[in-house]
Write a protein that binds this ligand. Structure first.
Ligand code: ADP
Ligand code: MG
Length: 146
């Protein structure tokens, strides 16, 4: 489903609805791949997801961190939100060093992965995909692939 967000508040509402409609994977982690150029809103979207899940601390852009893990205390299914930015990675092997296999085998993990195309060879088949596009200063297109 394609959305046109006219400002960050609209993106927050899209994140809220996305979370509400998200069907958790019960046999492994739920993984959402966020595609789109720099500045298209991938991190902003993930920050709104975190806020919706009750995470108080600011979710800094993990471009320099690569991976951030937040513990969730009040969610009926998920125990952790994991935000990964693969922008600086050269291959999937670098994510495996960070424990990708263990992280993705746990069904309590909800993973948002920016730049999934950088680690294409380790992506699971059951990857939810979102495409972000910069339209103008305040407008972003957000396409959620079912
Ligand atoms: P990415 O992670 O894709 O590189 P960021 O989320 O870091 O992008 O940056 C997106 C920038 O665009 C933020 O500064 C955000 O405030 C701004 N922005 C402007 N309009 C919107 C909108 N409608 N939705 C989301 N972000 C927006
Ligand atoms: Mg980002």
């Amino acid at each position: 489903m394609k959305f046109l967000s006219k400002n960050p508040q609209e993106t927050q509402q899209i994140a809220r609805d996305f979370l509400k409609n998200l069907k958790p994977n019960t046999s492994a982690a739920t993984i959402v791949g966020l595609y789109g150029d720099l500045g298209s809103g991938k991190t902003t979207f993930t920050q709104f997801i975190a806020k919706e899940l009750g995470i108080e601390e600011t979710v800094a852009s993990p471009t320099f961190v690569i991976e951030k893990i937040y513990k969730l205390n009040n969610h009926p299914h998920f125990t952790h939100l994991i935000h990964i930015d693969a922008y600086r990675l050269e291959s999937g092997a670098e994510l495996e060093v960070l424990g990708w296999r263990d992280i993705t085998s746990e069904s309590g993990n909800l993973i948002f992965l920016e730049w999934p195309e950088k680690v294409e060879e380790i992506l699971p088949v059951a990857l939810e995909k979102m495409y972000f596009k910069f339209i103008d200063e305040n407008t972003r297109e957000i396409d959620i692939i079912e």
